[in-house]
Design a protein around this ligand. Structure first.
Ligand SMILES: *Cc1c(COP(=O)(O)O)cnc(C)c1O
Length: 391
């Protein structure tokens, strides 16, 4: 696997990143806030009829959240901690959706007290808690997707079968709640756009069958799953938006219900670069044609999505040589699980030395918030935000 850095960054910006990195201890994540704004605008433009709820879990950094609040974004939160955070930064409770289907009753009560009136659900147990603690709120029901086609599937942990959802919506009405809409998540970094077609068709079925029972749904939440740019290219965001719009119009006609979209990865993934230092390069046998490269960041330091080598980050060194060498790439901790890429060997410059810096691209999402607090005494991954990549 070898690739050109120009696909990910232009020369001037990379020079900025390199000189920024020189003065800093690694590892750290560098965020380009201008890109966050740009990604927001790009999504807004490509799917103008949808309301954007940023999935806070992708990267809850204050500067990122403030940038999105300024843009007018709404927020999908999963816990009361995320709720407190976005509220403290100035988000309005009417722009917040409590999207986690797994909730404590007292957390529902807390969110309600703070003004949240929109809740996701997928079970009768959760619905009963909502009806007790968040009276007359809007609820939307999550249907299950299998995550096929996604690099990072969210599996069957969330959502329920449409027939179960049908009954939940009827129950919600009888409990005095407002059965408001249907949601789904096709799996993160979803490469198969047709997955939205299936899910939207199920929404249509539920809209129609519930209407016959006097429940008028108003909203579809098409979730996240939009791609970011890793090693293996995907279709562009515009292709996703265009296809999804077509699926929606096929099923619902020109007059669409309210549409919500919850981007995480596609909003911040390509806004971040992790800068790491090569701690050691070694050979474990005189005859092997690859080397081991140990970095100062690994699975526990923020690169947890390398589990099963699911997400393949673009990695570059500053070395100029054209000669490439195959490396197994591993993290710094004393846990044997802390190997990033072993099946997928990376081809990097052959003259990389210990102490050199590596640039791990498209690491703005699901890195800093996943990094462990103190495994092996290593502090959590630091984040620096800059307004833009310019000196
Ligand atoms: C994580 C999550 C998202 C964001 O998904 P991405 O694939 O990162 O865009 C959206 N909605 C919900 C409910 C989530 O849990």
């Amino acid at each position: 696997m070898s690739l050109e850095i120009e696909r990910f960054i232009n020369k001037k910006d990379f020079n900025f990143v390199r000189s920024f990195a020189q003065k800093k201890e690694t590892p750290f994540l560098l965020i380009n806030l201008a890109k966050v704004s740009k990604n927001y605008d790009r999504l807004k433009k490509s799917i103008s009829y949808a309301k954007i709820y940023y999935a806070v879990k992708a990267n809850p950094n204050d500067e990122i959240l403030k940038t999105l609040i300024k843009k007018g974004s709404c927020f999908d939160i999963a816990t009361v901690f995320e709720l407190d955070k976005v509220l403290s930064l100035g988000a309005l409770s009417e722009n917040i959706s409590y999207g986690n289907t797994i909730k404590k009753e007292r957390d529902i009560a807390y969110a309600y007290k703070k003004g949240v009136r929109l809740f996701a659900t997928d079970s009768i147990s959760d619905l009963e808690k909502i009806s007790k603690k968040a009276r007359k709120s809007k609820v939307f029901f999550r249907i299950m997707c299998d995550g096929d086609g996604a690099d990072w599937p969210l599996s069957k942990k969330f959502g329920a079968h449409p027939d179960t959802i049908f009954n939940l919506a009827l129950e919600a009405k009888s409990m005095g709640l407002i059965p408001y809409g249907i949601s789904f998540h096709v799996g993160s970094q979803q490469r198969d756009i047709a997955q939205w077609d299936n899910a939207i068709a199920q929404c249509k079925y539920l809209f129609d069958s519930l209407r016959e029972r006097g429940v008028e749904l108003k909203m579809i939440n098409i979730g996240g799953g939009f791609p970011s740019d890793y090693l293996k290219p995907t279709k562009s965001l515009n292709v996703y938006s265009k296809e999804i719009t077509r699926f929606l119009k096929e099923d619902f006609g020109a007059k669409l219900p309210e549409i919500i979209v919850e981007p995480g990865r596609s909003m911040v993934g390509d806004c971040g670069i992790i800068v790491s230092e090569v701690i050691m390069i070694s050979e474990k046998s005189a005859t092997s044609n690859y080397k081991w490269m140990y970095l100062d960041v690994g699975k526990f330091g923020g690169l947890i999505e390398t589990i099963d080598e699911a997400i393949k980050y673009p990695i570059f060194s500053e070395q100029k040589s054209r000669k490439l060498q195959e490396y197994i790439i591993a993290g710094p901790t004393c846990d044997s699980y802390d190997v990033l890429y072993e099946k997928n060997r990376y081809k990097l410059n052959s003259n990389i030395k210990e102490g050199d810096r590596l640039y791990i691209f498209t690491t703005g999402a699901y890195t800093a918030s996943y990094s462990s607090v103190c495994f092996n005494g290593i502090p959590p991954l630091r984040t620096f935000c800059v307004k833009r990549f310019k000196s």
